[in-house]
Design a protein around this ligand. Structure first.
Ligand SMILES: [Zn+2]
Ligand SMILES: [Zn+2]
Length: 82
């Protein structure tokens, strides 16, 4: 039983540490990794990408729809003929 209590206490402290880090907005300079695409943009639909800091902060950005790439009346990307 005592072991479980110690583990719980350790987890609680960890959570507190994360909470403190997240609130530490003044001193902390966000260091975001590279963008990772969460959904690809298509000809007609916007995509999105995000990158995150070690503190848990996440930036999400919209990738604008690429638009059709019409060649000879047909889109080379999706095959649309509009
Ligand atoms: Zn940060
Ligand atoms: Zn297209």
């Amino acid at each position: 039983m005592k072991k479980i209590f110690v583990v719980l206490l350790a987890m609680l402290m960890l959570v507190n540490m994360f909470a403190l880090t997240a609130c530490d907005g003044d001193d902390h300079t966000h260091s975001y990794g590279s963008w990772s695409v969460t959904s690809n943009a298509t000809c007609t639909t916007d995509g999105s990408r995000s990158k995150s800091c070690s503190c848990g902060d996440i930036i999400t950005e919209t990738i604008p729809a690429t638009g059709h790439n019409m060649v000879g009346g047909v889109c080379t990307d999706c095959g649309a003929t509009e």
